[in-house]
Design a protein. Sequence first.
Length: 106
Amino acid sequence: MSYEDPLWKLRHALAGVAIALLLSVGVAALLGAALGDVIAGTYGARVAMYAVLLLYVVVGAGVLFAKVAQHETRPLSPARIGLWFASLWLWPLLLRRRATRSDEAG
């Protein structure tokens, strides 16, 4: 194992986003079922909500990894996993913050 390997350097970020995504699949299923029942009360609505939430967190995982992975060097801990999980659900704020900074600079 070479310490110059790019995947080795990104190991903490890869593990963090993978664990957060795994936890988010279960949360998306629970939220999808609850929201589907509230909106229409049918199985189709529950499946649709789950699919939308799952797509949201998968896209979020990609965005989050692309934006943050190169700076993540601390080892994983329960607190770090919680931060990755929260960031995965709040990823649009990361893009909004970047856009706001760009607008202020220009």
